[in-house]
Design a protein around this ligand. Structure first.
Ligand code: FE2
Ligand code: FE2
Length: 150
């Protein structure tokens, strides 16, 4: 497994959680649980991805802009999650804000997969791609454990 494959495994988890959340439409215990899962998954993925994908990419001039842009979007998504948590889950606003977050998530994943991964593919060595996958996966699991116990 290389870093791109490892990241895509978790991108698919985010897509699936968003699809189920948007399917639920109305707030219910199930949609609140799905939102919580999405929140934990996003937080764990962002941190692990920053540590074991974007930090190494900052070392190369050609991937500085991509790294900076992606990390700024992580921050935007964190703020959207915080805003949703302040809303009444039964209000229409909640569903709208979740839709907006999931649109942002999909935009972000698509940009990473279609634009940043090919750029990263040119600067990371084959050994690095494999080593980063293992580091990313371990960190993601550790962060997710922390998120879900909190
Ligand atoms: Fe990301
Ligand atoms: Fe990602």
């Amino acid at each position: 497994m290389n870093i791109f494959q490892a990241l895509i495994v978790d991108h698919e988890k985010q897509r699936e959680l968003c699809a189920r959340l948007l399917d639920a439409k109305q707030a219910s215990d199930e949609s609140l649980r799905l939102f919580d899962d999405l929140k934990s998954e996003l937080a764990a993925h962002e941190t692990a991805e920053e540590r074991f994908f974007y930090v190494p990419l900052f070392e190369h001039d050609s991937t500085v802009d991509a790294s900076r842009h992606a990390i700024a979007e992580h921050h935007e998504m964190d703020e959207m999650v915080e805003e949703i948590e302040k809303l009444d889950a039964h209000a229409l606003e909640w569903a709208r804000a979740v839709q907006k977050l999931c649109d942002k998530v999909e935009h972000h994943l698509k940009e990473e997969e279609e634009k940043f991964f090919p750029q990263a593919g040119e600067v990371l060595t084959e050994e690095q791609k494999v080593a980063l996958a293992a580091d990313y996966t371990a960190e993601h699991a550790a962060m997710l454990a922390k998120e879900t116990e909190a």
